[in-house]
Every structure is written in C-alpha cells, then in structure tokens.
Design a protein around this ligand. Structure first.
Ligand code: HEM
Length: 389
C-alpha cells in the first residue's frame, strides 16, 4: 500500500488537486505496528476533531509499551497530549492568563518588531521574507510574552526548531530536556522576581483553590513556545506567497489594507500551515465517513486537505477573498482548537499590512516553481521566500 501521508494532496502542494474522493482511508502500519486512518474530508475532519472517543492522551495509549524515547515529561505530557478532565483544567487556567486583552496589549510590540525587521529590508536586491520577517517575528513575540530575556532567545529558538523538525529522535529528546530545564529555571527566576509576563500570570493563575503545578507550568511554557512559533512563521510565508501568486488579491489588499483582517480566514484556509493535526487514538470502535475504525487505531486528520474539500469550499484551489472561510480548520476544531489563534491572527494582520503598504511593488525574486518547501507531515511552509520590494 502506498503511504497516503506522502501524497502531494496531503502535503498540500500548491498545484496539487483537491483531496481524494475517499474522505477516510487506511494508512499503512507505522513503526508501532498499528494501522492508522487518514481523514481528508472536511465534514469527517470536523467530526473527528469533535469526537470525545478520539483521545489525545498519548501516555495512556502507549502505557506498557517499551520505548527507547527519552522525551522530557513536560514535553511528552502537554495540554495538547491530554484529554478531559486534565485538559479542561489546564486549558481553563491558560485561557485565564492568555486573554484577548493580553493579545491586544501585544499589538504595539508586534508592530514595533515588524517595523524594525522591515527597516533592514534592502530596496534594490532580493530579500528573504522568511528569514527576515516570518521566522524572527513570532519567536520574538512569544519570547516577549513569556518573558524570555533577549540573550537567551537564540538557544530557545534552536531547541524549539529541533523539537519541531521531526528529525533525529536523539536530537529531539535532547532538545526537550534542554528547553524544559531552561523553562524550569525561568519559572524559578520569576517566582523570585515577579514581572508582568504571561509566565508570571500563569504562575499566579488560579481557579478557586486550583493552580498549576511546577511541571504543568513548565509544560505549558514549552507548549506555547513551540506551538506559537513555527506555525505562525509558515502561515505568514504561505499567506504572502498566496497573494504574490494572485495579483488581483494582492492589489485589492494593497488598495484596501483594512480588508486584511477579513482576508485572513481565506489565506489560512488556502494554504494551511499545519498539514495534519497531531495524532488521535480511538478509545472504542468509531464509524467515520462510512468507514469502521477499530478501537486503538491512530487517526490523522489532514487539516490542509480538509480545507480544500470542494464539498465545503467550492472551487477550493482558488484564492477567493470574497469567500466566507471562517469555518476553516487551519487552527483545528473542538476542545484543542488553537489557544493562540487571536495572537496568530494579530501577528499575521500586522505583518501583512506592513509588508503590503511598505512594498507597493512587491514581487517574487525567483519563479514560483523554484521555491523550496519544508516538507514534514505536520507543517507546510517555505524554506525561503525571496522577494523584491
Ligand atoms: C497561524 C499560526 C498557528 C496555527 C496555524 C496553529 C494551529 C494549531 C492547530 C491546528 C492546533 C490543534 C492541533 C490538534 O488538535 O492536534 C493548535 C493548538 C494549539 N496552539 Fe496553535 N497555531 C498557530 C499559532 C499559535 C500561537 C501563536 C500559539 C501560542 C502562543 C499557539 C498555541 C497553541 C496551543 C497551546 C495549542 C494546544 C491547545 C489545546 O490542546 O487545547 N498556536 N494550533
């Protein structure tokens, strides 16, 4: 059987066709020997993401199995890898600290960082928008948010990239320990000398008598760092490229930058930065899209493919800024829907506005088919995006 996760429609090649006619299909057995299922239809993806019988508790799922992996527990047992009631409790506490108000207060910082990065943009030679803007912006913002001092940011950024790269397991395990130990030290420093960062708010966040334990705090800090970083980088690069390849849309947003917030949903739908959601596992037999999935099966939901399902989004391979794309699945769906979506939207809106208004003649510096993509099962994004202003 060929592996559908290697299918360009799942990896979301920009020119590949819409998802296959079969919205739920079997996957070949992975290294654990369990055959899984891949969900590419929009309705089926939404159903799977909202189904409590699909568990995210990886520790429970693999309990009793021998593993050579040595991931730090704070990285292995994040909120994203947990089910209710643990998930409900953690999510409630993080939501209290991570309010819309907190995101609104970050807007001046996001604007300042964006402007500083764009000031370095040469006017007469190609500029890599990924290295020069899409990569540094989210990491600077998340480090500011968590209160990571500037001198520590290169290390934090490297560990986060290693965790996300899905490369050598030993490198990933080592990065998990390095970043968790760093965050443990940062939490201790904040306890000694409190400030106004998100981490400080997480330390003092309470729900009645409930508050976060040391390990939960470290785990949440690492999750926010990793989840809020590569995703936004890829989403921003993909959105700029989509506009460069659709001059009418580019022209429209350059003339009317106030339409950028409304255009974000369609840009996120069109080229989703997260190709597949994290694995879920069936805790009982489930029928999805007419396919019977047995108990104990891994289920992979292809968000990028679901966002191109013609049954939900007619002519899905066309970027259509008039489309109501608010129901896209780029941020997931259900109880694990991205907690950082308001921040991601603010970063994308501010960065796109700055790029489009400051660079009226922006265009690709290389042919689109020569662009290099970073291909992992999880994320879809550009390795670089050379543009001319
Ligand atoms: C455009 C940028 C982003 C995209 C496309 C994105 C996408 C996603 C998706 C698809 C999920 C659900 C994964 C699943 O169900 O398996 C998720 C969850 C999550 N995201 Fe994001 N994300 C983005 C930015 C951010 C930012 C900026 C932060 C934080 C600063 C963040 C923090 C999180 C957290 C903590 C979760 C886990 C939520 C939970 O388990 O309840 N994300 N994100």
């Amino acid at each position: 059987m060929t592996d559908p996760t290697k299918d360009p429609r799942i990896l979301r090649d920009p020119d590949a066709a819409t998802p296959s006619a079969c919205p739920v299909q079997p996957l070949p057995a992975g290294s654990g020997g369990r055959p899984g299922y891949l969900v590419t239809g929009y309705a089926e993806a939404r159903e799977a993401l909202g189904d409590a019988r699909l568990s995210k508790d990886t520790a429970a799922f693999f309990a009793g199995e021998e593993s050579r992996r040595r991931l730090h527990p704070a990285v292995a047992h994040t909120m994203l890898a947990s089910d209710p009631p643990r998930h409900t409790r953690l999510r409630k506490l993080v939501t209290k600290a991570f309010t819309t108000g907190a995101v609104a207060r970050l807007r001046p910082l996001i604007t300042r960082v964006t402007d500083t990065l764009l000031d370095r943009w040469p006017t007469d030679e190609p500029f890599d928008l990924v290295a020069g803007l899409a990569k540094p912006l989210p990491v600077i913002v998340i480090c500011e948010l968590l209160g990571v001092p500037p001198a520590d940011r290169p290390d934090v950024q490297r560990w986060s990239a290693e965790l996300f790269a899905a490369g050598d397991p030993e490198v990933i395990d080592a990065a998990s320990h390095a970043v968790a130990e760093y965050m443990t030290g940062l939490v201790a420093a904040k306890r000694r000398d409190p400030g106004g960062s998100l981490l400080d708010r997480l330390i003092s966040a309470r729900d009645g008598d409930d508050r976060l334990s040391e390990e939960e705090l470290v785990s949440l800090a690492v999750l926010l760092l990793v989840a809020g970083h590569e995703t936004t980088t890829n989403a921003l690069g993909n959105a700029v490229l989509a506009l460069l390849r659709h001059p009418a849309g580019l022209d429209r947003l350059q003339r009317n930058p106030d339409e950028i917030p409304a255009a974000l949903d369609e840009l996120l739908r069109f080229d989703s930065a997260v190709s597949t959601a994290t694995f879920r596992f069936t805790t009982e037999a489930v029928t999805l899209g007419g396919i019977k999935i047995p108990v104990g099966a891994p289920v992979l939901v292809a968000l990028g493919a679901a966002n191109r399902d013609p049954a939900r989004f007619p002519a899905p391979d066309r970027l259509d800024l008039n489309r109501d794309a608010a129901a896209h699945l780029a941020f997931g769906h259900g109880i694990h829907r991205c907690v950082g979506a308001p921040l991601a939207n603010a970063e994308m809106e501010i960065a796109l506005r700055a790029v489009l208004t400051r660079c009226p003649g922006i265009r690709l510096a290389v042919p689109a088919d020569r662009l290099e993509w970073r291909r992992t099962r999880l994320v879809r994004g550009l390795a670089s995006l050379p543009v001319l202003a």
